[in-house]
Structure formats: C-alpha cells, structure tokens
Ligand binder design. Structure first.
Ligand code: AHR
Length: 502
C-alpha cells in the first residue's frame, strides 16, 4: 500500500477562512427559483410560497451568502419588473436562457427568502443592457432608509425597513460572447468604474465585485483582469472568478486532476491583481470572489434540445454521480488552500440548476452526491486554514503531469480546540495509508472520521433512491504518540475531525 505523509502544525497558517467561501447561487434560470425555492402550491410551501423542505436543506448546509438574480439572466433584467404588486408585473421574453420570466419573484421576495434561509444576499446588477443609473437606483431602492423616490417606493411596496444588502456584483461574465451586452475589457472597465462610483455614493457601506474572466479558457484571459482592474481597482473590493468542469471523455484520472487547473487559475488571478496593485502603487489588496464553481456537463445535450419560451422548464439539471462529489471535494480543498485571497465563493447553483439540492414539482426534495462534501466543508471548515506540507505519491496524467494521489488541507478552530482535515484519495487501485505528524498538537484525539466512498463511480441519488451515495463515519483514523494514521479508501472523500482532550 502506498503512503502519504503530512504535518499538521497550527503555525502553518494560510489565512482566516471567510465563511462566505461556502456561498451559493440562485439565478432566475430553469427551476432554481420557480419550483426550487418558490412553489406556492407545494404541500410544504409557507405563506410566502417558499418550500420548507428546500429551506430545511439550505439551512442544513449553513449557506452564508447567496448570489442573486444571475448569472446570464441579470444582463437583460430590469429589476423594476420584479417589485410591486404581483398582478402588475410583466411577463418577459428572457433571452439568456430563452424562457418566459413571469417576475412572480423579485428582489423583495428574495430578501424574505434569504432571511428564512439564514443567509445573506450577494446582489448582481445589470451592466449588459443597462448601466450605473439603473444600478444606483436599485441600491437606493434596497438600502436607502427613506425620504427619496426609490426608497419610498420600497416602503409603499411593503418594505419600510431597508434590506441593507452589503455585497454587489458589477454585472456578470461581461467578457463572454454569450452574454447579453458583452463588452470589451476597456468598455466594461469604464462602465463598471462609473457604476461603482455612484452605487457607493448612494451607500458607502457596500462592497463591490468586478467581473473577471468567465473562465481561464477565454482568449482574453488574463489580460481582461489587468485592463478591468486598471479602471476599477480603487472602487472594488473583489474580482470574480468562474469555472466549471466535466468528465466528457470519461477519463477519471484526468477529471480528478481538474482541481489543479483551478489552483493554477487562482494563482494567475492573484498575480494579476498584485501586478495592478504594484502598477498603481496601491496599498490595497484585492480579494477574490469565486462566485461560480461546480461540475456542469451532464445536462448539455438535454438543454440543447429544449423547446424555447416555456416558464421554468428543467434546465441545467445535472444529476451528479459519485465521481462528481470527489471533484467538488477537491475544489473545496483548493478554495481553502487559497483562503488568504479567496474570501467569497458560490457553489453554482443551489437548487435544481447544477445544484446540490434537487426537487420534483409538487414532490420531494433530496440531496445530490455533491451535497455532502459541500456540507462537511461548510459545517466543519471554519476558523483558520492550515497548509499540511504533504508528501504524496503521484500518478502520471498527460495533461497535468504528476498528480498527487492525496490532496488535503486542514482548518483549525483555536477557540474550540478542534482541527479538521479534509482529504481526497485520488488512487484508483487501492487505499492510501496516511501518516500524519501531530507533534505540534499534543493531546488531540480523533472524534470522527467521515468517509464518502462508493464502488460505483457513476452512482447517483434520485427521488426514488435518495441514499445511494451517503457518507458514513466508519473511517479508521487514529492518533497514537502524536502520530495520526488512517487508511483512505480508494477514490474517497474524507473528513478527519480532531479535538483536544475530551
Ligand atoms: O450558472 C450557470 C451560468 O454559468 C451562469 O448564468 C453564467 O454566469 C455562467 O456562464
């Protein structure tokens, strides 16, 4: 059996984990809003039409922030359509996803839902068909206390108290040819800068996210970031990153190495931010909002054949399998490894649309395979991220070269004296022995070793069989003489929880 070594030392600190890296995303797309979070006729719906079964699962995930309302959708959205009396709201052709948008849900309803979900809103403004004027009006509508046109309108709509939304995205994927109102980096940089100024003049407490590239594969990456930040650096706190992966060639070794691509992508964006910082002689450090990340490919064929102009049709409904959960675990480890610079991240998305939670209209809600690594990281991965100084055997991959069999990171919660190790064994042929040096953590013991494993890489959870892929607590991690040992089953996600004393 091969062995991987690591050292857990409380001084190997990467940075504080901002809980917002466990954020998610709800877009007006497919069944995310309608029959995802909002379904007035559903047996579990509350007085506002929100599905309680879905709210329970969202709260279980402890999602700290949810991006809304898009996504590609936002680039054609008139936010005024979604406020005020519901019977007067227009039905619109929604061009990003070629559906009908009824506007039955809008900004105020989302604020209500976010409160019930114990989460915060990350709002996005339309810089595709619109500009800073509509954006500043929306900030005034949402955040100004009263005594002005838009804030008084909010009060007339039944919301006397301001929503106080703190985080705002300046458009979405403005570099993408598919985007309504796509712009060059120069065009977007100028519009974003001017929108940022007036939005902050309305509410100086807000924080802003400038659009980075839609992915590292775009030909304009990373020059896009450099140009956009030339214009916006002094006005924003974050630059966005987006990435999606898929196992299109059914090549598991290559698929599980995709997190190395994510790691490289983050390093490049950090370097670009710091280049602009140096050029501007700025003392401010920009952070990353990785506000779209996930696996997305299973539903491509279905969506290509969809009939347009339906209301809330199934779209982007990826049914995730076990191997997808492993990659999602690896992506979470990668985000934690960059906790010093990645301060927000959104698993895209939350319900039905490339999501950890699936529902049937009028029927049940259940946990997809990817729900579990996301849940474990969100619940146990708070505190300070620790680098583990790993020495792991590797396998060779044509695209990525030497790929470590073990990928792992830890978080430490100093107050509660707990440490959690998140680890994936990428080995396809057998378990990996873990040998951990814990001399810097005397008195710690293993409280739980959670394992997500499955003999069938393609196993999925469905409404009929929602428990095909579930974690168990039967891992064998143990500590003796300040040495941690464990066997990580082949192709497995592991959460090794340590606590002092008790
Ligand atoms: O999350 C699905 C879509 O992916 C979003 O609308 C868009 O921003 C990205 O291309």
């Amino acid at each position: 059996m091969q062995t991987a070594r690591l050292t857990v030392h409380p001084d190997f600190q990467i940075g504080a984990v901002d809980p917002r890296i466990y954020g998610s995303f709800i877009e007006h797309l497919g069944r995310a809003v309608y029959s995802g979070i909002y379904e007035p006729d559903h047996p579990t719906a509350d007085g506002d039409g929100f599905r309680q079964d879905v709210l329970d699962l969202v709260r279980e995930l402890r999602v700290p922030i949810v991006r809304y309302p898009g996504g590609n959708f936002v680039s054609g959205y008139n936010w005024e359509d979604g406020v005020g009396p519901k019977d007067q709201r227009p039905r619109r052709l929604e061009l990003a996803w070629r559906t009908i948008e009824t506007n039955a849900m809008g900004t105020n309803e989302f604020a209500d839902w976010a409160k019930k979900a114990d989460t915060e809103a990350m709002m996005a403004v339309n810089l595709g068909t619109r500009d800073g004027d509509a954006a500043r009006n929306l900030v005034e509508y949402c955040n100004h206390p009263g005594g002005s046109y838009w804030s008084d309108l909010r009060a007339r709509h039944g919301y006397k108290e301001p929503h106080g939304f703190k985080t705002w995205c300046l458009g979405n994927e403005m570099d993408g040819p598919w985007q309504i109102g796509r712009k060059t980096a120069e065009e977007y940089g100028r519009v974003a800068c001017e929108a940022a100024k007036v939005m902050k003049w309305v509410d100086p407490a807000i924080e802003l996210v400038a659009c980075g590239s839609s992915g590292s594969g775009l030909p304009t990456f990373p020059a896009w970031e450099a140009t956009v930040l030339e214009h916006t650096y002094d006005h924003v706190e974050y630059v966005s990153m987006h990435t999606y992966y898929g196992n299109r060639n059914n090549d598991l070794g290559n698929y599980l190495a995709r997190s190395l691509d994510m790691d490289h992508f983050i390093r490049t964006v950090v370097a670009t931010c710091d280049f602009v910082k140096a050029k501007k002689r700025s003392r401010k450090t920009l952070h990353i909002s990785f506000d779209e990340w996930n696996v997305w490919y299973h539903s491509e064929q279905h969506d290509a054949e969809m009939t347009p102009w339906q209301v809330a049709p199934p779209q982007l409904e990826d049914i995730y399998n076990f191997e997808d959960a492993l990659l999602v675990g690896l992506m979470l480890i990668t985000l934690l490894r960059h906790a010093d610079r990645v301060k927000m991240a959104c698993l895209a998305q939350l319900v039905n649309v490339i999501a950890p939670i699936m529902t049937e209209n009028g029927g049940p809600a259940w946990r997809q395979t990817i729900f579990y690594p996301y849940l474990h990281a969100s619940v146990y991965g708070r505190g300070t991220a620790l680098n583990l100084n790993i020495q792991s055997p590797t396998y060779d991959n044509k695209e990525f070269g030497d790929v470590p069999l073990l990928d792992a990171v830890a978080t430490a919660d100093g107050e509660n004296e707990t440490v959690t190790i998140f680890a994936v064994n990428r080995a396809q042929d057998g378990p990996l022995a873990l040998d951990g040096d814990l001399r810097s953590l005397p008195g710690y013991r293993v409280t739980e070793h959670i394992v997500l494993e499955n003999a069938d890489m393609k196993a999925t959870n469905t409404a009929a069989n929602p428990h095909a892929v579930v974690p168990h607590s039967g891992g064998d991690a143990a500590i003796q003489d300040e040495r941690l040992t464990a066997h990580l089953p082949k192709l497995s996600w592991n959460v090794i929880r340590l606590a002092k004393g008790r």
